[in-house]
Design a protein around this ligand. Structure first.
Ligand SMILES: [Zn+2]
Ligand SMILES: [Zn+2]
Length: 129
């Protein structure tokens, strides 16, 4: 929670509940998932509050936005470099912590200065097979 202390937003109880839900969360929730989870505690919470908070965190580099799920954006509070696997049936997104040794041929790379990569794997998870 410490890293969320100075996000430039007033930390209302509702926003704190969003941050608490995200902290250490590895389920790669969508904005709707987050809204539904926090709404249980704060029934008057608006979807806009959730979305604005997520956008602020994303712009400050505290939250990753994943486009791995074609149906909805997914969010990842784990901002350390890692890769993802998605189950095409249940849309579960799983972290892949492995440093792949992939290289782009020099003639394609030209003078592009690479800072990182993100690999997305698609398949069917054990629960769905
Ligand atoms: Zn699955
Ligand atoms: Zn992840």
């Amino acid at each position: 929670m410490e890293r969320y202390r100075d996000i430039g937003l007033k930390l209302t109880p509702q926003r704190l509940a969003i941050l608490e839900f995200l902290d250490g969360n590895t389920s790669h929730p969508s904005a709707e998932d987050i809204y539904n989870a926090v709404k249980e505690k704060f029934p008057t919470m608006s979807f806009a509050t959730v979305y604005n908070t997520l956008e602020t965190l994303r712009k400050r580099g505290l939250l990753l936005e994943l486009n791995i799920d074609p149906e909805r954006k997914r969010y990842d509070p784990n901002i350390e470099p890692h890769h993802h696997m998605i189950c095409l049936r249940c849309k579960k997104v799983v972290d892949v912590h492995f440093e792949f040794d992939i290289k782009i041929p020099a003639e394609q790379l030209k003078d592009f200065h690479l800072l990182g990569n993100h690999i997305e794997f698609y398949g069917i998870c054990p629960d769905c097979r």
